[in-house]
Design a protein around this ligand. Structure first.
Ligand code: ZN
Length: 210
């Protein structure tokens, strides 16, 4: 009887207002459910004041100082990211990815020597995300200024990724730029981030011209 009563208590009744607020903030983050949020909240409360302050400052500093690279739109602390600023990279080959995590996945292979362009999303008519909502005009502006020999479209093989690839291809091919698409060795709906390096390299090497 007592157990049933305890289980019926809501989070609001169980915890203080401050803890509830912290749980709600954490639960609003992607991939964190209510149970994980509770665990994290209690862990944070158990941390020393100095560590909590350090964590909070780190979050605020990251938000204040991280910006988009003015060339490729990747997240960086500087005006131009280390990849765009590296003269040993092949600046005539641009790989277009959906987000910074996909870029990191390709960088981890250590085999790609070109540069990137990060879209920060993909076109999704269903979610109301149009070409104007991702960093596409930045890519077009870049292609009109730089001498580029190939654009490799490495968006995910999801419906959104394919839609985005087709859109970009139609947009830039008339300018006479070679446009390729990574091979479909990447499983449909697969998130590039979770695919192993061998598969990523195979997809890159097996790319076909659009
Ligand atoms: Zn950059």
């Amino acid at each position: 009887m007592c157990r049933t009563y305890r289980e019926s208590l809501s989070q609001v009744e169980l915890y203080s207002g401050y803890i509830n607020k912290l749980i709600d903030e954490l639960a609003a983050l992607p991939g964190i459910g209510n149970k994980s949020a509770q665990r994290l909240a209690f862990y944070i409360i158990g941390m020393s004041q100095a560590r909590v302050k350090h964590l909070a400052d780190t979050i605020v500093n990251a938000k204040e100082h991280v910006t988009y690279c003015k060339v490729c739109q990747n997240l960086t602390d500087e005006e131009v990211c280390p990849i765009c600023g590296n003269p040993r990279r092949d600046h005539k080959t641009i790989m277009v990815v959906e987000n910074s995590r996909d870029l990191a996945a390709y960088e981890k292979t250590g085999k790609y020597k070109g540069v990137y362009h990060v879209l920060h999303g993909a076109i999704s008519p269903m979610l109301g995300i149009g070409p104007g909502d991702i960093k596409l005009k930045e890519l077009i502006a870049r292609l009109s200024k730089e001498e580029v020999s190939e654009v490799i479209i490495a968006t995910n093989s999801s419906l959104e990724g394919e839609t985005t690839a087709m859109y970009i291809s139609k947009l830039i091919k008339p300018a006479g730029i070679k446009v390729t698409r990574i091979a479909s060795g990447v499983p449909v709906g697969g998130d590039l981030e979770y695919i192993d390096e061998v598969t990523l390299l195979r997809a890159l090497e097996g790319r076909t011209e659009l």
